[in-house]
Structure formats: C-alpha cells, structure tokens
Design a protein around this ligand. Structure first.
Ligand code: ADP
Length: 445
C-alpha cells in the first residue's frame, strides 16, 4: 500500500463540511460493530436469494476451493483463519465472481461476512499488470474506509502486486497525478474529486464498484448525492455491488437507483426473545439500596458474567467505583470513550478478564456477549419522554432463540415512575416480571 493516510487528523469533517450528527451516530455504531466482531456472528436464519434471472441456476459453495480463486487469494483467505464461506458468502461469492459479472444488493447484520466477501471479489477481479484503478469502493466515513481497507490488505497479503490507495481526507494528490493502485477505497467526496476534478482515476476503467454501508451512507443527503454522481461516471458493464446492515425503505429506494438489474441476497437478523429469560424486579429507595441489593444478588448466585446498565455516565462511574471497592473486577463503558477504547473494553470482557461490565445505554448497543448470564437494569431503559423503551429492554436482555442459554434479568425499581415503566414493559411483552426479595434469594437459582 503506497498511499497511507496521514495520522492524527481526527475531526469529523470531510471536504470542509461538517458531517451531521445523525451520520456520526450511525457511522460510529457501525465502526464499533466492525471492531467488536472478531469472528462471525451466529445466525440460524435462511438466506433469501432473489435472482435477476430466475431461470439461471443458483450456485452456492460450501468451500473456498470451489470458487477457483487465485492461489494467492486462497492463501490470504486461509491466513485469516477462514475455513469455509459464511452463510451469505455461500451465495454471494459465486454471484460476485460469476462470468459475466452480476450486480448484487446484499443485506445482513454486521458481522456476517459482507466485507470479507466484497474484498475477495475486488481482489479477484484485478489484473495486477494493469497499473490503473480497476476496483472502487466507497464507505461513509474516514474511519470506516480505513477499517475496510485493512480487510482488503489482509486478504491480499499474499498478492503483493495488487495495491490499494485510500481516497480520504488528508491524502492530497499532486496536480496531474494518476492513481496506479488497482483498488481504491474512500469516502464519496474525495473519490468524486479524484475521479472528476483531479482526473486521477479514470472512472471508465472501473470494473467493480462497491458501495458499502449503504444505510449509513444515506443518512446524509450529501453522501447520497455524491454516491449517485460517482455511479453515473462508471461504464455500463461495471459490476455494481451494494451492502447494508439494515434495509429500511429508504435504503431500498437508494439501492435500486444505484444498482441496475440486481440480484438480491438477504439474511434476516435472528429474533431476540424473552422466553429463555427469568425476569425479576427489586424494590429499593435509592442508589445505595440498589447497590446493596446488587451485592446481595451477587453474593447469592453463581454468575459467569454480568452486565449492568445505568442511565447516566455519572451513575455508571459511581457504581463501578463502589463495586471495585467491594473487590469486584469491573469494566466500565462510558460515553466519552473513543470507539477504539470501547472496543478494547468489550474485547477484554469477552475474554473474561473482567466479570462485570457496567455501561450506559448508548455504549451498549450492538454488544452481544454470549456468556453473560445476568443482566441488571440498575436503571430501566426509557425514551426521551420518560416512557418505557421496550426495544432497548429486549435488546439488553433478549437472547436469540438458538443460542438462548438461560438467563436472568433483574430490574431495580426506585420510584413510582420506574414502576410504571416496568409495568409498561410487562404489558408490552406480555411476560410477567416477578418480585424478588433480595434478603431471601433462594428462589432465583
Ligand atoms: P460484515 O462486513 O458483515 O460486518 P465481516 O466481513 O467484517 O462482516 O466479518 C465479520 C467477522 O467475521 C470478521 O472478523 C471476519 O474476519 C470474520 N469472517 C468473515 N468471513 C469469515 C469466514 N468465512 N470464516 C470465518 N470468519 C469470517
């Protein structure tokens, strides 16, 4: 890789325009997801495939060998520790590597192997002797582009003739320069500059175009427009691929605009359920009492790992400190941490270095730690108007059906308001939440 990004420019500004808060959130969430998924997410659902030509045979592969990849790339795949294609890769890879090239829209949750799939598709398509850009990938932010670039670099480790360039802020080009790297990954604004203003890339020579994180991309109008402008510069026969973790109508409409005659692959998220969870509540008067109740619960039952949710950073910080005083080994996730710091905390918790994770709600989205057996809602999840946030409740304590190990959830109630929220949650899910007496805990184990 010859054109490394400049380090240290961390503001979220691209091409002089401030990126909206909304995309910040979504992009940070997405980056966080990428960082915490160090292996494939389990998903027992069926992949749905919609072929553009329903009469053509549907190919799927169970091994990477069947794909007849170049030796260098097969080595790359195995060196990453992949033994067989993931669920969506089974269908997506043969489609992406088909002759003639086929367009694809693919949707599946984070961690199911999309990035690895298109990295492989791009690398396979390159003719290394041609010293111009042949594959172009756009991502919504600087950080996401870097993260995806890393995957391409790893995958192409044994294929050193293929080079990658980053079209991101900070990578300034000299006038008149042309990009010789066969693969370019970048953010829409810079990519557009490189293609049209600077003419450093000839878009007519692009064979594979990837639009990653489409759901995050369309969160800003600017990105959406730029993506469409880039797509219009490409030749008709260019293979176009679009990936998204979610598929709201807006993503769908956008996808149809930028991907002509697509095949479609979808993998639904595994539904979360409360069926394998025992839910309790404890009555307390204040944070101190909640803390005592928590210690009682902790002393009474064998807990593999526990997650504790608080409403504010302040409570989370206080609680973590109190638990440490009691001799617990505690991890704390807090809003002021960078994405990298948060990912590192999750990683340590995953490895079992800490047994308790205290977190605020904002930080906890996207975390699934299978060995967590106890979830404590130190504060109940509520929305801006103070109503029960059922979705977050389900997400905090719900389990996916197949991996539904038995779990325990304890809700701490310290006011009429929190009791109301609890009742709303009970009603919403139509599942009883039992009262727990923390002086007599025999019943819960
Ligand atoms: P997504 O793009 O859908 O979020 P990734 O491609 O980033 O998913 O894959 C998620 C994690 O699973 C990564 O750590 C990746 O290295 C790993 N992974 C991807 N494909 C495979 C595979 N076929 N076998 C094993 N691990 C894989």
């Amino acid at each position: 890789v010859s054109r490394k990004p400049r380090e240290g420019s961390a503001q979220h500004v691209e091409n002089g325009t401030n990126v909206e808060e909304k995309i910040e959130d979504k992009a940070a969430q997405s980056l966080f997801n990428k960082m915490i998924h160090t292996s494939l997410v389990n998903n027992a659902n069926q992949v749905e495939v919609l072929q553009r030509d329903p009469n053509s045979p549907l190919y799927s592969v169970k091994t990477f060998e069947e794909l007849r990849l170049k030796e260098e790339l097969l080595e790359g795949v195995y060196s990453m520790g992949f033994n067989r294609p993931s669920k969506i890769q089974e269908n997506a890879l043969p489609m992406m590597l088909a002759e003639p090239p086929q367009n694809l829209i693919a949707q599946s949750q984070s961690g199911t192997g999309k990035t690895a799939a298109f990295a492989l598709a791009m690398l396979s398509n390159v003719i290394p002797a041609n010293k111009w850009t042949q594959c172009l990938c756009i991502a919504p932010t600087y950080e996401l582009a870097l993260q995806t670039g890393k995957v391409i670099e790893q995958m192409g480790k044994h294929y050193p003739e293929v080079k990658l360039a980053y079209a991101i802020r900070g990578n300034k080009l000299e006038k008149g320069m042309t990009i010789q790297e066969q693969i370019v990954i970048g953010t829409p604004g810079t990519v557009l500059d490189w293609c049209s203003k600077l003419k450093a890339i000839d878009p007519k020579k692009i064979n594979v175009f990837v639009l990653d994180e489409a759901d995050v991309m369309i969160a800003t109008q600017g990105h959406q427009d730029q993506s469409i402008r880039i797509q219009r510069l490409l030749p008709k026969e260019c293979q176009m691929l679009l990936f998204s973790a979610t598929f709201e109508d807006s993503v769908w409409k956008f996808a149809e605009r930028v991907i002509p005659d697509p095949n479609i692959i979808k993998l639904k998220r595994e539904e979360e359920t409360l069926d394998t969870i025992k839910q309790y509540y404890v009555l307390c008067n204040d944070n101190e009492e909640k803390f005592t109740a928590l210690c009682n619960i902790y002393g009474a039952i064998t807990i593999a790992q526990a997650m504790i949710f608080c409403h504010t950073r302040k409570t989370a910080g206080w609680l973590a400190a109190e638990l440490i005083k009691e001799g617990h080994v505690v991890a704390l996730l807090s809003g002021e941490m960078t994405v990298e710091q948060r990912a590192a905390v999750i990683e340590r918790f995953r490895e079992g270095k800490e047994k308790v994770l205290v977190t605020t709600n904002v930080c906890s989205r996207g975390i699934d730690v299978e060995q967590v057996s106890v979830v404590i809602n130190f504060d109940l999840p509520m929305d801006k108007d103070g109503n029960a946030d059922n979705e977050t409740y389900l997400h905090r304590i719900g389990r996916t059906g197949r991996f539904g190990k038995r779990g325990l959830a304890v809700n701490m109630i310290d006011s009429q308001h929190s009791m109301d929220i609890l009742n709303q949650i009970q009603e919403h899910f139509n599942k009883k939440i039992y009262k727990l007496d923390t002086d007599d805990l025999d019943e819960i184990e």
